[in-house]
Design a protein around this ligand. Structure first.
Ligand code: ADP
Length: 206
């Protein structure tokens, strides 16, 4: 039987460095001979990518937004994440359920218990093996993004929204210290890479 793969999630506010470092991890794993799948949420399937367009552009209530996130996630788990893990692949996912706690509960202030009940319904038996949280002051993230792209529905939110998202992410990390690694997103890219490389080494060795 194939050894099950590993599920690594990348979390943090936009501009914190998730895409930059997911690419680095992909290269490290590929070099170590691991089969890797890189995916993202919302997204990762044709349905998920359509949901992504909706939630990034279309005005909607926080409740609708949360339900859509989990609808896309359910499809993503069935179509991509679970089959890949079963085949022994390493799944690198740009955001997962911790992001729903951070954005829809922290940012949009929906009760965390609602997110928790959807989490129990959609993936009662699966959590990431490792979650890399890129922690960054929202004002630094905003400066990075201003240069890069036009703002979507989330990126257009105000500073207090991002302060709540950041705090909710850090609270998740404190609740799940076994799987979270909090990285200083303001550090130099090389230094973050070294940090990630050191954290990954034991995983790759096993
Ligand atoms: P995310 O995927 O979290 O939105 P990105 O990886 O796309 O963030 O990074 C956003 C921008 O910030 C990019 O232009 C990237 O090159 C830059 N960036 C990422 N990490 C750092 C860092 N540690 N220091 C300086 N700039 C960074």
């Amino acid at each position: 039987m194939t050894a099950p793969g590993r599920f690594i999630t990348f979390e943090g506010i936009d501009g914190a460095g998730k895409s930059t470092h997911i690419e680095f991890v992909r290269e490290q794993l590929a070099r170590a001979g691991r089969a890797v799948v890189v995916t993202r949420e919302p997204g990762g399937t044709p349905l998920g990518e359509q949901v992504r367009e909706l939630v990034l552009r279309q005005p909607m209530s926080a409740r609708t937004e949360t339900l859509l996130m989990f609808a896309a996630r359910s499809e993503h788990l069935e179509q991509v994440i679970r089959p890949a893990l079963a085949q022994g692949r390493w799944v690198l996912c740009d955001r997962f359920t911790d992001a729903t706690y951070a954005y829809q509960s922290g940012g949009r202030q929906l009760p965390a218990a609602l997110v928790e009940s959807l989490e129990r319904w959609v993936h009662p038996d699966l959590q990431p093996d490792l979650t890399l949280l890129f922690d960054l002051d929202p004002s630094i993230a905003a400066r990075r993004l201003a240069a890069a792209r036009a703002a979507d529905r989330f990126e257009s939110e105000q500073a207090d929204f991002f302060a709540r998202v950041r705090a909710a992410y850090l609270a998740r990390a404190a609740q799940h210290p076994d799987r979270f690694v909090v990285l200083d997103g303001a550090a130099a890219i090389d230094s973050i890479r070294r940090d990630i490389g050191a954290r990954l080494a034991p995983w790759i060795a096993n």
